[in-house]
Design a protein around this ligand. Sequence first.
Ligand SMILES: [Zn+2]
Length: 293
Amino acid sequence: MNLDLPPTIHPVFLPGAAADVPAEPTDHCLVVADGKLLVRPDGELPRVADLPAEPGPPGRSDRPGLVPLGTLDGVPVWAAAREKADATLGNWLGWRELAAGLPEPLAALAGRALQVVTWRRSHRYCGACTAELADVPGEHARRCPDCQLYVPMQLSPAVLVAIRRPGPPGAAEQLLLVRHSYGPTEVWALVAGFVEAGETLEQAVHREVAEEVGLRVDRLTYFGSQPWAMSGPGVVLAGFTAYCPDPAAEPVVDGRELTQARWFPLDALPKALPPTYSISRWLVESVRAPATT
Ligand SMILES: [Zn+2]
């Protein structure tokens, strides 16, 4: 598994929010309805030409409401919101299916489309004075024309950490894995949580570890990041590795978010692990030891 992709990976997706040129029929167009994204019957992401024309003036303006997302190998990518998921256009996939089925950078692109369309739908009015917000050109942001409140599209940072401790003499090191009380409850996952306002990513790791399993860790090392979380787009995950220096330290679960926490030998990890396309799994695989049996 290549965890260190060079910046020249193809295709290259560059996020952007400027609509410098009008949409062309061959441009990519990600269509979102009911929180799902349209995939053509041939499995490809749609082009602008695949989008049914809406009533309006002829020409390019017959496809109104295209929102710029950036470029994919230099080709503009647009998002379009639709009221209903029209099954005649193709398959409408939810986030988990998209994350599992699309290779990068298309999964990140799909996440961005869902996030942008959802944000635009849920941020239409000023939270301070209730006036209707106006788009800020070239940004995914809106501004209140009355009180000037600036409302940017925001991401939620979250951290996750693979914690090891020494094993018994002569045996492999051990990895702490946890089971959650929500989501896929059978999966053995990593300690994770959202970053609070006012703390660093590193402080968030130490706080989450203390809150969720009652342990202290050291040798905290940054591993990498993923621009979306299994729970959905809009969350940027920062992964870390850490070490529990006390070989006798046992986790104590909080009983709310977590139902179980256990140390597993690195050469005998459980089978029910996070999916292979998640940074959670990449972290687990980065510390896994070859099986001895
Ligand atoms: Zn306002």
